[in-house]
Design a protein around this ligand. Sequence first.
Ligand SMILES: CSC[C@H]1O[C@@H](n2cnc3c(O)ncnc32)[C@H](O)[C@@H]1O
Ligand SMILES: [Zn+2]
Length: 432
Amino acid sequence: MSKTAIYAKYIYYDGKIVEDSYLLINDEKVEKVVKEIPENQKYDYKIIERSNSAIFPGFINTHTHLPMVYFRGLADDLPLMEWLQKYIWPAENRWLSDEFVYDATLLAACELIKSGTICANDMYFYSDSIAQALINAGVKGVLGAGVLDFPTKFAKNPDEYLDKAKLLIEKYRDNDLINIAICPHAPYTVSPENYKKCIAFAERYGLVIHTHLAETEWEVNEIYNKYGKTPLKLMDEVGMLDTKSIFAHMVHLTDEEIEVAGKKKVNISHCLESNFKLASGFARVKELLDKGANVSIGTDGAASNNDLDILVEASVVTKFHKAYSGDATALDAKTALDMLTINAAKGLYLENTGQIKEGNFADFIIVNLDKVHLQPLYNPVSQLIYAAKSSDITDVFINGKHIMENRKILTIDEEEVLDKAKYWGKKISGVK
Ligand SMILES: CSC[C@H]1O[C@@H](n2cnc3c(O)ncnc32)[C@H](O)[C@@H]1O
Ligand SMILES: [Zn+2]
């Protein structure tokens, strides 16, 4: 049994700031916070001193495509469908393999760890290799096996995509870092019949189902022309709103659909920077939250964002929605932190996750407050969301394991990961 006690200036424990205390960790779980460790227990703990720091729950990125870090900057300044059809899908068909996905996911994992992300909700192919990379890095993943109506290098048809998902479920059933999900890509690439197949499959195995929805105006028109209804209405009719589901984007919703999303407490991953960059628009997050939807934050892939830094994303999200609503009280710093943590865990159906409290998994970050841009300090949560940079995160713990210490990743060799990224970059760009 391993016990750790971390002393910090501030600990965001069970939704409240506790000052000048120890956070006690017992193996992979949080024990409690105490002002003093009883004299007779002092030698039971490895003590870590961070008296100029604050401890917060680790962040959860609820929509991404991790291996796409190797396509970062490959095709920029384009709208979604042109970006996908002319550049990204051809690149995926040319380059994806287990080796590519494993190497790329290690690079993504470094970026996640360095920006305080303890778990990513991924949607891609070759998810076995994604799982192996995340396990080696010590990062949690909800790994969504992608499903499309059409064939790719990875699978011939929806049945084969699902057969491959079955193997993942069996392999990772007892893994404490990995959960498997099912990911029909979007209503313009997956028929209603295949959505129903995915739902039946997800329900049989108790999985979360994760899809892109209402991302662009093009999608709304395409679905209307094909089915005579909106994307959300179509999802409601196939049963997606009445199962364990999470929807990425939800940009183009009518007022009535915002009511429905709220009433049905739909889980939404808001991907603002990707939506901005592809000029897709933006989700009406304040209204969705006010009506009762559960909104968390995703970066989307690094080929459309172009990074996986969820702390920057949250800062942009809170400020943008104040400006858009004309209400400076909208999406305050606590709401932004909740979106990165509790809302995200709820949206992914992860138990004992998303908050530092007794019995929860010990997933947390340590932020160095001794920085010119972080002093003086009146409100630690406000400082985290509005002023801190990811580079202020010194330490990351996941399931009680020390993953990054004083910004050095302890689980994988960052230099080697960088060398591999450069090697693949040269290959992809055709440089000899
Ligand atoms: C089914 S595997 C994932 C699939 O999604 C593609 N993708 C990446 N970003 C987006 C986005 O913003 N909208 C739609 N599809 C996206 C990715 O390239 C894979 O092919
Ligand atoms: Zn996406």
